[in-house]
Design a protein around this ligand. Structure first.
Ligand SMILES: [Zn+2]
Length: 333
């Protein structure tokens, strides 16, 4: 590593050409100040990407929403069909909250990614078409929000194939992104996803920067854009009865505290030049009293002046372009 580059921790280090510009003028002879600078540079273990994003932006925000609707465990086990009020709790997302959310994003000129179970696309096609018409990205999230780790390879393939058919039929698109519905991955999942044309995932938790995943025997990597529970609106705002959630905690978190938590998460990410994505749900935070939290959060991000707002797809493309040696790949299925 050359003297005038910053060593970044982790396997996804940007190339030397992206290294911190200010260090190029560091004098070779080490006076007390420059020695201190040298120590500081060598001790940079946090992998800050500050000012390495497109157009010299300091950090990246990839807003993402899971438009689950009424899919999930209760639909998979059939109980939702004898629990109509629980169905409407979920259908509120695509039916009512989504439009409010799209209006808010449009007013602020902020792109977002929506991870949508294909069953939701089948049942609310016009609402889902509005996502694409608004310039946002739509991506895979199972058919009825299946837990992939519970399915064998053929079962996972069937979900992806049916999802692709639905997206093509109703929306005319072929998504390249995927976020894991409930639960985790099985050992076959990454291969199934790659074979289905998925080029990035936002399912893991292991970093606050994107990174590359490699399926055994496959040349092309998959980009992972990890999220964190701190940026999941379920953690503070989800609340319902029958079934009770959260179990044995009969209250919703303070909205001021929730906004303060989210803002602090962004502030830390922005300070260190990282990539922040969200696990927000229209049915949870797209409500009249809560949309203001998202408005104030986005306005706070905008006020910094140097945030790169991008869809997860664009983040993945940028990461591939800048972190795979010798070749660039287009994110097309
Ligand atoms: Zn979901």
């Amino acid at each position: 590593m050359a003297q005038d580059t910053v060593t970044l921790a982790g396997p996804q280090s940007p190339t030397a050409s992206q290294s911190h510009a200010h260090s190029a003028s560091t004098p070779k002879e080490l006076g007390s100040v420059s020695r201190l600078e040298d120590v500081k540079r060598q001790s940079n273990q946090t992998g800050s990407l500050a000012q390495r994003w497109p157009e010299g932006r300091r950090s990246c925000v990839a807003l993402a929403f899971d438009l689950d609707g009424p899919t999930g465990d209760a639909m998979l086990n059939g109980s939702i069909w004898i629990n109509p009020s629980y169905f409407t709790l979920g259908s509120y997302g695509p039916w009512r909250a989504l439009g409010r959310l799209l209006d808010m994003l449009s007013e602020r000129c902020v792109p977002a990614t929506f991870f949508v179970p294909a069953w939701v696309v089948e049942n609310w096609p016009d609402q889902c078409a509005a996502i694409i018409a608004g310039g946002h990205e739509i991506a895979y999230h199972g058919y009825r929000h299946e837990a992939f780790w519970t399915l064998d390879r053929d079962g996972q393939r069937a979900v992806m194939e049916r999802s692709a058919e639905v997206f093509a039929k109703y929306l005319g698109v072929r998504p390249v992104g995927f976020r894991t519905p409930s639960g985790d991955w099985g050992p076959d999942t990454i291969r199934v996803l790659m074979e289905a044309g998925v080029r990035y995932s936002s399912s893991m938790r292991g970093d606050d920067r994107p990174y590359l995943l490699h399926a055994e025997g496959m040349v092309e990597p998959m980009v992972e854009i990890p999220g964190r529970w701190e940026l999941d609106d379920y953690a503070s705002l989800a609340y319902h009865r029958n079934p009770d959630f959260p179990a044995s905690l009969d209250r919703i978190a303070s909205y001021d505290t929730t906004l303060d938590n989210w803002r602090r998460e962004f502030d830390g990410s922005h300070r260190d030049g990282l990539c922040l994505t969200t696990l927000f749900h229209p049915k949870v935070s797209g409500k009249p009293g809560r949309i203001a939290l998202l408005e104030r959060l986005i306005d706070h991000m905008h006020a910094q002046g140097d945030v790169w707002f991008a869809t997860c797809r664009d983040v993945a493309q940028w990461w591939l372009d800048n972190n795979t040696s010798g070749h660039s790949q287009e994110l097309t299925a």
